[in-house]
Design a protein around this ligand. Structure first.
Ligand code: PA5
Length: 469
């Protein structure tokens, strides 16, 4: 087990970045509100939409998942997740972080007999068609259909395709061996289908929203089927839970992350939260974070109903790649960002740069060093450049990329999001803006019960031709 991830917020403060930073006095002034928020979260954890707090400790479904993974060993070459948003991004983040970087490209033997892992989180017809036609062999494929609401059009349409293709290929009686459902215990249409057809299924508990579901069967089942250590993942989350219960802002990394971003927004109008891992394997953790932060904290109304239109814009970047794309903007553009750099203490592998062209000054210094040293030098270089340019930046250091560390990181960012919701006094767990789009889609696609909405859409004024060029 690693020593735990470490947060360094120093470069967000005025002492490091001057007039564009956070004044420590503001943190002191905010500390009572933060404590109140943490107390509220601690008192209500597990209730309402905070059921996800208890996920690190829930063993029943975990045991079922582990047994299922054992029983399925060697039976499938491909595991395909059908899901979108919170039902997909956690699995994608886990795959990129914890599997071999080229897992899906490796031959079965080099994958240790483990299945490839695909996440179909879009309905692009070109992808849908070619994936089913060219990529998988249905006889050796397991589909996991994931939808908390059990009715999302994208996921359910994919489910219909998979079902029909499986029936055509294997016959109706074999389909249930190739389909698993993960959904609410009663809401939506997926649950009754799963029950009626006797599919293997898992429950997304009431208090676990999509973007807070990575440590539920949503993320754990695909992870276990592809050999990830889900016990270590949950142990990491539990360890971070211990750190994030502390009511003291100066001891609680999730609270400090939330407070820094809240003050950056309200005192410095710095509303963009960039997450920039210096490890390709963490790039989809940044993507997962973007959804978590955006959908949870981007809200029109405060809890009392007052319109406040809050929310920072999360942005994903990748070190070192985006040093040659985004960093110019981050160092010289507007002072509107807090940049989180993710550092990896020790990479799993090391690679030396050959000592060639020793007489060429511009190359000689590289030879004999490692890519490990180079990537860290580049991260430190960016950190220094940002700080010198007066840009708030912070560093989260993972001792290594392990299931334990990823569990810690997921949990810390989830709690930070919940505390952010407390500071803005908003509901961080709903997503009315997403629902509005879903309802319009149902109406446009002719779904029963949405006729009124369909009429409303049809009655909209025609497009102004002057602006169609
Ligand atoms: O975080 C959320 O709640 C959303 O992103 C959902 O996960 C997404 O809309 C998919 O919904 P569902 O899981 O109900 O199909």
């Amino acid at each position: 087990m690693d020593a735990g991830i470490r947060f360094d917020f120093g470069n967000c403060l005025t002492a490091a970045v001057g007039e564009h930073g956070i004044d420590p006095a503001w943190l002191e002034a905010l500390a009572p509100a933060v404590r109140k928020g943490i107390d509220r979260v601690n008192q209500t954890r597990g209730q309402g939409m905070t059921g996800w707090y208890e996920l690190p400790y829930e063993r029943e479904q975990v045991e079922k998942i582990l047994a299922s993974a054992r029983e399925k060993e060697g039976r499938f070459d491909d595991v395909v997740v059908l899901g979108i948003g919170g039902s997909a991004l956690g699995t994608i983040a886990l795959r990129t972080a914890l599997l071999h970087p080229f897992h899906n490209l490796l031959p079965a033997k080099q994958r240790g007999g483990l299945p490839r892992l695909h996440v179909l989180d879009n309905i692009d017809p070109d992808i849908m068609n070619t994936f089913f036609e060219d990529v998988i062999d249905l006889r050796r494929t397991l589909f996991i259909v994931i939808s908390k609401s059990g009715s999302t059009a994208e996921t359910m349409s994919q489910f219909l395709c998979a079902k029909e293709l499986l029936e055509g290929c294997l016959g109706a009686d074999k389909v249930r061996e190739h389909l698993v459902a993960i959904t609410d215990k009663s809401k939506g249409v997926l649950r009754p289908i799963a029950d009626k057809e006797n599919l293997e299924s898992y429950v997304i508990e009431d208090g676990v929203g999509g973007r807070f579901s990575v440590l539920s069967p949503v993320g754990l089942l695909p992870a276990a089927l592809t050999g990830m250590d889900i016990d270590a993942l949950l142990a990491g989350a539990a360890a971070m839970d211990g750190r994030c219960k502390d009511g003291d802002l100066w001891k609680n990394p999730a609270a400090m992350f939330a407070a820094i971003h809240y003050l950056a927004d309200t005192k410095r109008a710095a509303r963009i939260s960039v997450m920039m891992p210096y490890a390709s394997s963490l790039k989809d953790v940044a993507d997962w974070y973007c959804q978590l932060w955006a959908e949870s904290l981007g809200k029109r109304k405060r809890r009392d109903g007052k319109e406040i239109f809050v929310g920072g814009t999360p942005v994903k970047a990748l070190g070192v790649t985006d040093q040659h794309s985004q960093v110019q903007l981050y160092t010289e553009g507007p002072f509107d960002k807090v940049i989180t750099l993710l550092k990896v203490g020790a990479f799993a592998k090391s690679m030396q740069i050959p000592k060639l062209y020793q007489d060429v000054k511009a190359l000689a210094y590289l030879g004999g060093q490692t890519f490990n040293t180079l990537i860290e030098a580049e991260r430190v270089g960016t950190e220094l450049a940002l700080t010198e340019a007066g840009r708030m930046n912070l560093c989260i250091e993972l001792p290594e990329i392990s299931a334990h560390a990823i569990g810690e990181l997921f949990f810390a960012l989830e709690v930070a999001t919940a505390i952010g919701g407390e500071l803005y006094d908003i509901d961080a767990f709903d997503q009315p803006g997403v629902e509005a789009g879903k309802i319009a889609t149902y109406a446009l696609m002719g779904c029963k019960g949405y006729e009124e909405k369909a009429r409303e859409i049809a009655a909209r004024p025609a497009r102004d031709k002057r602006y169609i060029l």
